[in-house]
Ligand binder design. Structure first.
Ligand code: DGJ
Length: 723
């Protein structure tokens, strides 16, 4: 009797359903607590004008079976009556493999200007086991962050077999999923598929990084294939740099269940009593303006709330990777500093190959892990290089890959126990290297120390490029339960980055992973920018940069002008200007005209970059579907726009015969001039800069940027007049 009373107090029978709306300025996710305390999703889409009408949402009325609450569950438990894919699966301390999660309470409170956080506490009626669902709502940006915290006070440890970050539920006639797959130098290639009954799974099991085969992001279009500027689209990406899993389950009612989180593969987690297990967040936005609207929301959110210095500036740089690879020495570098200065960039970035003595890093087969300057190449050490660069008038930055080790290194010899490898199995290498076990606190200290040491010895070091070239093979930790390795590796990495950012909050850092294998919003809370791909061929780059732009803002995309491909310098520069401009080229070998153009281009870029970095992106024509790709960045005040167009394919002289391209995002009532910029020295533009157009005209009729065989890329400045 006493037990029954206790249960009633803890899990009261609800007089009426409770609606928990999680709103942004334009969208709402509405969760309903039914009379029995089950939590279901009853709406995910446009915010209703009258909040009282959320009570009228029909919910899952079509269902007659006894398990109806599971279809639309806001966090589906496993093991009892649930017949669908669970969000959480746990085995209790007494061996009982089932969970029941009932509503206890919730609260919504502001956590910053324009941000609210809703926490919903759920408990198992039979076990001291609870889950808190967290939803952070960014009002202006229309972005939600969803994650969960799992804890218990059972007598012994509980095993978590699955632990999703978010469990969503959508209702439409048809569902079209765009996902992004690829490989080194061919990252994030989109593919769209219509979802059919059953389950579609996107996941990765790479350990150190989320992507290579699949990127941790998706666009889900409701009712029709995804369109650029119209239609309902849910865009989501997991803020986690390790194994991820997205499951899209079309249920028998033709509604879509979406489960997203860390990949539970080989990761059954032993959770001790009184400890929290917190999942990473799914970042998502619901757009009624197609993929373009979703991207703009995510970009604004990233700049305002996620990427360090997201509303600030970035340094242009000269990187030596494609210019020298491992073949450099002190005099050569000092010459390169002068070249960088002559070109007009802010910083010189010294890439791989500067370290290792017993095992010199003269190729990628040795030296990784031995973070001492190579005495043959750099007899006076890094301090000398920093001074020389600063003397030449530019800052100095450096490449590191502190999570990894070559078997041919002093580090490997001294700490074989720090390396991820399996007993009774031969060592396996990826790019001749292995991964240090970042789940081990000693390894975390070592990795932190590599970076801290660089700054302690060289306090004016201006930039870090943090690389990660290997995946985890033979996943096993000698110091940690094997099943925790994947989860604890990611957490260990973030712990190190957290400590570094606490001590060095403002230093710009580039996130790199053998190209773009680690581009995600988990890592990007510590990095000011990312390297999208080792493929720097400018035509292929238009595709890669275009595809990343679905989720990540231009300010974070490091685009370098290189010698890859045969495109003219203007095309290469115009492509790189679409984001954060850099160079990876031998300046001293540039033809005079190319150098003169590049010097001027950097000045032009300095003028345009506030709009490129902070403006709204409108993808006007896709390289996937058009011969001419075209994108436009529009300032917040709609008084300035930068418009890039590129000839992607000129088969049958396609470029010569293009209809006008309609602009977007301008103020129809404003009047604008359109002036070409970034021209080669001595060349004239066919675009008349004296004509004044209304925004209405430019958006309804459009303009031909005159891209063609002789003009393979065009940059236009659209400026409001008569303000
Ligand atoms: C892979 C990166 O993507 C390249 O930019 C370069 O830094 C190399 N690693 C260096 O080994």
């Amino acid at each position: 009797m006493r037990l029954l009373l206790l249960l009633l107090l803890t899990f009261p029978a609800f007089a009426a359903p409770i609606e928990i709306p999680i709103e942004t300025n334009r969208t709402a996710l509405v969760i309903r607590v039914d009379n029995e305390g089950h939590l279901t999703i009853v709406h995910h889409g446009k915010r209703l004008q009258q909040a009282t009408e959320y009570a009228r949402l029909p919910g899952n009325a079509r269902l007659y079976e006894g398990y109806s609450e599971f279809y639309s569950s806001a966090y589906t438990p496993a093991g009892s009556r649930n017949l669908l894919e669970p969000a959480i699966q746990a085995t209790h301390a007494d061996g009982n493999p089932s969970l029941d999660l009932m509503y206890v309470r919730h609260e919504t409170k502001p956590t910053g200007p324009g941000i609210t956080r809703t926490d919903i506490l759920l408990k198992d009626p039979q076990y001291p086991f609870e889950v808190t669902l967290h939803y952070k709502a960014y009002q202006k940006e229309d972005v939600l962050e969803g994650w969960s915290t799992i804890r218990h006070t059972e007598k012994k440890a509980v095993t978590l077999q699955k632990f999703a970050s978010a469990n969503l539920y959508l209702s439409a006639n048809h569902y079209y999923l765009t996902h992004y797959h690829g490989i080194h130098a061919g990252e994030v290639r989109p593919e769209e598929t219509q979802l059919t009954g059953g389950m579609k799974v996107l996941d990765s099991k790479l350990g150190t990084r989320a992507q290579m085969f699949q990127a941790p992001m998706f666009m889900l279009s409701l009712n029709q294939p995804a369109q650029e500027e119209q239609g309902e689209v849910l865009a989501g990406t997991l803020a986690w740099s390790g194994n991820f899993q997205f499951q899209f389950e079309l249920d028998p009612q033709h509604n879509l269940r979406l489960l997203a989180g860390m990949n539970p593969y080989a990761s059954a987690y032993t959770l001790e009593p009184g400890r929290d297990f917190t999942t990473p967040a799914l970042i998502y936005t619901f757009s009624t303006q197609g993929m373009g609207g979703a991207s703009r929301s995510l970009h604004r959110w990233a700049r305002n709330h996620r990427i360090p210095n997201g509303n600030g500036d970035r340094l242009t740089l000269l990187n030596n990777w494609e210019a020298t690879y491992f073949g450099f020495d002190e005099p050569k570098l000092v010459e390169l500093f002068k070249d960088g200065r002559k070109l007009g960039v802010d910083l010189f970035l010294l890439d791989d190959g500067w370290f290792g003595n017993k095992f010199p890093r003269n190729n990628d087969r040795a030296g990784l892990g031995d973070w001492q300057e190579n005495r043959a190449k750099l007899p006076h050490g890094l301090g000398y290089l920093v001074k020389e660069a600063e003397g030449a008038g530019i800052k100095f930055g450096i490449w590191i890959e502190p999570e990894m080790v070559n078997p041919k290194s002093e580090l490997y010899t001294q700490h074989p126990d720090w390396v991820i490898k399996l007993p009774n199995r031969p060592d396996a290498v990826f790019r001749n290297q292995q991964v240090l076990d970042l789940s081990n606190p000693k390894v975390q200290d070592f990795v932190y120390g590599v970076v801290d040491d660089l700054f302690t010895k060289n306090p004016t070091l201006g930039f870090i490029k943090w690389d990660c070239n290997a995946v985890i093979y033979n996943a096993y930790s000698a110091t940690n339960p094997a099943n925790h390795l994947y989860v604890d590796y990611g957490r260990g990495l973030y712990r190190v980055l957290e400590r570094l950012r606490a001590k060095y909050p403002t230093v710009p850092m580039m996130l790199c992973s053998g190209g773009g294998a680690r581009v995600d919003y988990g890592a990007l809370q510590y990095f000011t920018e990312y390297w999208p791909s080792d493929n720097t061929n400018p035509t292929e780059r238009t595709f890669i940069q275009y595809n990343y732009s679905s989720f990540f803002p231009a300010i974070a995309s490091c685009n370098h002008v290189t010698n890859s491909g045969s495109a003219p310098i203007k095309f290469r520069t115009d492509v790189a200007m679409m984001g954060k401009l850099g160079y990876d080229i031998v300046v001293s070998r540039m033809p005079a005209n190319d150098l003169a153009f590049s010097q001027e281009a950097l000045k032009t870029y300095a003028r345009l970059k506030p709009v490129i970095y902070q403006g709204d992106l409108f993808r006007l024509q896709s390289p996937h579907t058009h011969d001419v790709m075209s994108v436009l960045y529009v300032s917040d005040k709609q008084d300035k726009a930068v418009w890039f167009s590129y000839l992607i394919s000129d088969r049958f002289k396609a470029g010569a015969d293009q209809p006008p391209i309609r602009l977007r995002g301008l103020d129809p009532a404003k009047r604008y001039t359109v002036q070409e910029t970034n021209l080669m020295p001595g060349s004239k533009s066919p675009i008349d800069p004296t004509v004044v157009y209304s925004g209405d005209f430019l958006m309804s009729v459009g303009l031909d940027p005159v891209v063609g065989g002789g003009r393979t890329s065009v940059v236009l400045e659209v400026t409001a007049v008569g303000q």
